[in-house]
Design a protein around this ligand. Structure first.
Ligand SMILES: Cc1cc2nc3c(=O)[nH]c(=O)nc-3n(C[C@H](O)[C@H](O)[C@H](O)COP(=O)(O)O)c2cc1C
Length: 205
Protein backbone atom coordinates (compact mmCIF):
# COMPACT_ATOMS: atom_id res chain seq x y z
CA UNK A 1 0.00 0.00 0.00
CA UNK A 2 1.26 3.38 -1.02
CA UNK A 3 -0.15 6.10 1.25
CA UNK A 4 0.27 9.75 0.33
CA UNK A 5 -0.26 12.55 2.83
CA UNK A 6 -1.03 15.88 1.19
CA UNK A 7 -1.12 19.13 3.11
CA UNK A 8 -2.61 22.20 1.43
CA UNK A 9 -1.60 24.92 3.87
CA UNK A 10 0.19 27.83 2.25
CA UNK A 11 1.53 28.94 5.67
CA UNK A 12 5.18 29.87 5.60
CA UNK A 13 5.90 28.87 9.16
CA UNK A 14 7.24 25.49 10.14
CA UNK A 15 4.42 24.96 12.61
CA UNK A 16 1.63 24.39 10.09
CA UNK A 17 -1.06 22.61 12.09
CA UNK A 18 -2.37 21.03 8.93
CA UNK A 19 0.99 19.66 7.84
CA UNK A 20 1.70 18.30 11.30
CA UNK A 21 -1.73 16.67 11.57
CA UNK A 22 -1.30 15.00 8.18
CA UNK A 23 2.16 13.76 9.18
CA UNK A 24 0.75 12.45 12.45
CA UNK A 25 -2.07 10.59 10.66
CA UNK A 26 0.36 9.07 8.16
CA UNK A 27 2.56 7.97 11.06
CA UNK A 28 -0.45 6.39 12.80
CA UNK A 29 -1.25 4.52 9.58
CA UNK A 30 2.30 3.20 9.57
CA UNK A 31 1.82 1.99 13.13
CA UNK A 32 -1.33 0.13 12.04
CA UNK A 33 0.59 -1.51 9.19
CA UNK A 34 4.38 -1.14 9.20
CA UNK A 35 4.50 -2.51 5.63
CA UNK A 36 2.89 0.48 4.00
CA UNK A 37 5.08 2.88 2.09
CA UNK A 38 4.27 6.44 2.93
CA UNK A 39 5.16 10.00 2.13
CA UNK A 40 3.80 13.37 3.17
CA UNK A 41 3.94 16.28 0.76
CA UNK A 42 3.57 19.89 1.80
CA UNK A 43 2.14 21.44 -1.37
CA UNK A 44 3.60 24.85 -0.60
CA UNK A 45 7.15 23.42 -0.62
CA UNK A 46 6.76 22.61 -4.31
CA UNK A 47 6.73 24.92 -7.28
CA UNK A 48 3.30 24.05 -8.67
CA UNK A 49 2.22 26.11 -11.68
CA UNK A 50 -1.29 27.50 -11.87
CA UNK A 51 -3.60 25.28 -13.87
CA UNK A 52 -3.96 26.66 -17.39
CA UNK A 53 -6.22 23.99 -18.84
CA UNK A 54 -3.51 22.01 -20.65
CA UNK A 55 -3.51 18.22 -20.84
CA UNK A 56 -2.28 17.10 -17.38
CA UNK A 57 0.36 14.94 -19.13
CA UNK A 58 2.07 18.11 -20.36
CA UNK A 59 2.97 19.57 -16.97
CA UNK A 60 6.64 19.48 -16.04
CA UNK A 61 8.90 19.88 -13.01
CA UNK A 62 7.36 19.84 -9.52
CA UNK A 63 3.86 19.91 -10.98
CA UNK A 64 4.53 16.68 -12.89
CA UNK A 65 6.22 15.11 -9.85
CA UNK A 66 3.21 15.85 -7.67
CA UNK A 67 0.75 14.61 -10.28
CA UNK A 68 2.73 11.37 -10.66
CA UNK A 69 2.77 10.79 -6.91
CA UNK A 70 -0.96 11.34 -6.60
CA UNK A 71 -1.63 9.01 -9.53
CA UNK A 72 0.66 6.35 -8.00
CA UNK A 73 -0.93 6.53 -4.53
CA UNK A 74 -3.36 3.83 -3.37
CA UNK A 75 -4.83 6.10 -0.72
CA UNK A 76 -4.55 9.69 0.44
CA UNK A 77 -4.72 11.60 3.67
CA UNK A 78 -5.71 15.07 2.64
CA UNK A 79 -5.29 18.07 4.90
CA UNK A 80 -6.35 21.67 4.48
CA UNK A 81 -6.84 24.64 6.75
CA UNK A 82 -10.24 26.25 6.44
CA UNK A 83 -9.87 29.44 4.41
CA UNK A 84 -13.06 31.47 4.14
CA UNK A 85 -15.19 28.46 4.95
CA UNK A 86 -13.53 26.15 2.41
CA UNK A 87 -10.24 24.53 1.33
CA UNK A 88 -7.28 26.65 0.29
CA UNK A 89 -6.53 28.00 -3.16
CA UNK A 90 -3.27 26.09 -3.51
CA UNK A 91 -5.05 22.84 -2.78
CA UNK A 92 -7.77 23.60 -5.33
CA UNK A 93 -5.02 24.19 -7.87
CA UNK A 94 -3.67 20.69 -7.21
CA UNK A 95 -7.12 19.30 -7.97
CA UNK A 96 -7.21 21.40 -11.13
CA UNK A 97 -3.92 20.04 -12.53
CA UNK A 98 -4.38 16.32 -11.82
CA UNK A 99 -5.99 14.07 -14.46
CA UNK A 100 -9.71 13.47 -14.06
CA UNK A 101 -9.12 9.81 -13.26
CA UNK A 102 -6.25 10.34 -10.78
CA UNK A 103 -8.32 9.36 -7.73
CA UNK A 104 -10.90 6.94 -9.06
CA UNK A 105 -11.78 4.35 -6.42
CA UNK A 106 -9.14 5.55 -3.97
CA UNK A 107 -9.95 6.14 -0.32
CA UNK A 108 -9.25 9.64 0.97
CA UNK A 109 -9.16 10.56 4.65
CA UNK A 110 -9.87 14.22 5.33
CA UNK A 111 -8.25 16.44 7.96
CA UNK A 112 -9.26 20.06 8.36
CA UNK A 113 -7.72 22.61 10.70
CA UNK A 114 -9.52 25.81 11.63
CA UNK A 115 -9.72 28.53 14.24
CA UNK A 116 -13.19 27.66 15.43
CA UNK A 117 -15.99 25.09 15.07
CA UNK A 118 -17.94 27.34 12.71
CA UNK A 119 -16.90 25.57 9.52
CA UNK A 120 -17.06 21.97 10.61
CA UNK A 121 -19.42 21.16 7.76
CA UNK A 122 -16.87 22.33 5.20
CA UNK A 123 -15.78 18.67 5.26
CA UNK A 124 -19.17 17.59 3.95
CA UNK A 125 -20.13 20.61 1.86
CA UNK A 126 -16.84 21.72 0.35
CA UNK A 127 -14.26 18.94 0.36
CA UNK A 128 -16.37 15.84 -0.23
CA UNK A 129 -18.10 17.26 -3.34
CA UNK A 130 -14.64 17.94 -4.79
CA UNK A 131 -13.62 14.34 -4.12
CA UNK A 132 -16.95 13.22 -5.56
CA UNK A 133 -16.03 14.81 -8.88
CA UNK A 134 -12.98 12.52 -8.96
CA UNK A 135 -14.96 9.40 -8.00
CA UNK A 136 -12.73 8.96 -4.97
CA UNK A 137 -14.00 7.31 -1.79
CA UNK A 138 -14.12 10.01 0.83
CA UNK A 139 -13.98 8.10 4.10
CA UNK A 140 -17.02 8.76 6.27
CA UNK A 141 -16.54 11.64 8.65
CA UNK A 142 -13.20 13.38 8.82
CA UNK A 143 -11.08 15.03 11.48
CA UNK A 144 -11.73 18.70 12.24
CA UNK A 145 -9.14 20.34 14.47
CA UNK A 146 -9.68 23.73 16.06
CA UNK A 147 -7.38 26.02 18.02
CA UNK A 148 -8.88 24.74 21.29
CA UNK A 149 -7.14 21.42 20.74
CA UNK A 150 -3.66 22.94 20.62
CA UNK A 151 -1.12 24.06 23.17
CA UNK A 152 1.74 26.08 21.65
CA UNK A 153 0.92 24.69 18.22
CA UNK A 154 1.10 21.12 19.51
CA UNK A 155 -2.05 19.00 19.16
CA UNK A 156 -2.74 17.88 22.72
CA UNK A 157 -6.48 17.13 22.80
CA UNK A 158 -6.85 13.40 23.45
CA UNK A 159 -10.17 13.11 21.65
CA UNK A 160 -8.71 14.77 18.56
CA UNK A 161 -5.66 12.48 18.61
CA UNK A 162 -7.97 9.49 18.91
CA UNK A 163 -9.99 10.67 15.90
CA UNK A 164 -6.78 10.96 13.88
CA UNK A 165 -5.94 7.38 14.83
CA UNK A 166 -9.43 6.25 13.79
CA UNK A 167 -9.02 7.96 10.41
CA UNK A 168 -5.65 6.27 9.86
CA UNK A 169 -6.95 2.86 10.88
CA UNK A 170 -9.94 3.28 8.57
CA UNK A 171 -7.81 4.12 5.56
CA UNK A 172 -5.50 1.12 6.09
CA UNK A 173 -8.50 -1.18 6.56
CA UNK A 174 -10.23 0.19 3.45
CA UNK A 175 -7.24 -0.60 1.25
CA UNK A 176 -6.90 -4.07 2.84
CA UNK A 177 -10.53 -5.08 2.49
CA UNK A 178 -11.71 -3.35 -0.67
CA UNK A 179 -10.10 -4.70 -3.84
CA UNK A 180 -8.22 -2.13 -5.88
CA UNK A 181 -10.49 -2.49 -8.89
CA UNK A 182 -10.88 0.95 -10.44
CA UNK A 183 -13.65 -0.12 -12.81
CA UNK A 184 -15.64 -1.60 -9.97
CA UNK A 185 -14.99 1.22 -7.54
CA UNK A 186 -15.59 4.09 -9.92
CA UNK A 187 -19.34 3.86 -9.44
CA UNK A 188 -21.88 4.94 -12.03
CA UNK A 189 -20.65 7.33 -14.72
CA UNK A 190 -22.26 10.67 -15.30
CA UNK A 191 -23.88 11.36 -18.66
CA UNK A 192 -21.58 12.07 -21.60
CA UNK A 193 -20.75 15.78 -21.64
CA UNK A 194 -19.15 17.24 -24.77
CA UNK A 195 -15.63 18.49 -23.97
CA UNK A 196 -14.64 22.04 -24.75
CA UNK A 197 -12.79 21.49 -28.04
CA UNK A 198 -10.35 24.29 -27.18
CA UNK A 199 -8.93 22.16 -24.35
CA UNK A 200 -7.35 19.73 -26.76
CA UNK A 201 -6.00 16.53 -25.26
CA UNK A 202 -7.62 17.02 -21.86
CA UNK A 203 -9.27 13.81 -20.70
CA UNK A 204 -12.86 13.19 -19.68
CA UNK A 205 -14.11 11.39 -16.61
C1 LIG B 1 -6.94 33.61 4.81
C2 LIG B 1 -7.41 32.80 5.98
C3 LIG B 1 -8.74 32.44 6.07
C4 LIG B 1 -9.21 31.70 7.17
N1 LIG B 1 -10.52 31.36 7.22
C5 LIG B 1 -10.97 30.66 8.28
C6 LIG B 1 -12.36 30.31 8.37
O1 LIG B 1 -13.16 30.62 7.49
N2 LIG B 1 -12.76 29.59 9.45
C7 LIG B 1 -11.90 29.21 10.45
O2 LIG B 1 -12.33 28.58 11.42
N3 LIG B 1 -10.57 29.52 10.38
C8 LIG B 1 -10.10 30.23 9.33
N4 LIG B 1 -8.77 30.53 9.25
C9 LIG B 1 -7.84 30.01 10.27
C10 LIG B 1 -7.08 28.76 9.78
O3 LIG B 1 -7.96 27.81 9.20
C11 LIG B 1 -6.36 28.08 10.94
O4 LIG B 1 -5.51 28.99 11.58
C12 LIG B 1 -5.59 26.85 10.47
O5 LIG B 1 -5.39 25.98 11.55
C13 LIG B 1 -4.23 27.21 9.88
O6 LIG B 1 -3.58 26.01 9.50
P1 LIG B 1 -2.01 25.96 9.22
O7 LIG B 1 -1.31 26.20 10.54
O8 LIG B 1 -1.75 24.58 8.72
O9 LIG B 1 -1.72 26.98 8.18
C14 LIG B 1 -8.30 31.29 8.18
C15 LIG B 1 -6.94 31.65 8.08
C16 LIG B 1 -6.50 32.40 7.00
C17 LIG B 1 -5.03 32.78 6.92
Amino acid sequence: MNLLGLSGSPARNAASRTLNAVKQAVEYAHQVDPNISMETINVRDLDIVLCDGRDPALYEGDTKTLIDKIVAADALILGTPVYRGSYTGILKNVFDVIPNDALVGKPVGIIVTASTQHHYLSIEHEIKPLLGFFHAHALPGGVYLTSDYYLDDVLVDEGALERLQQLSTAIVQFVKHVPNDRELLAGASGPEIPWDSRLKGANKL
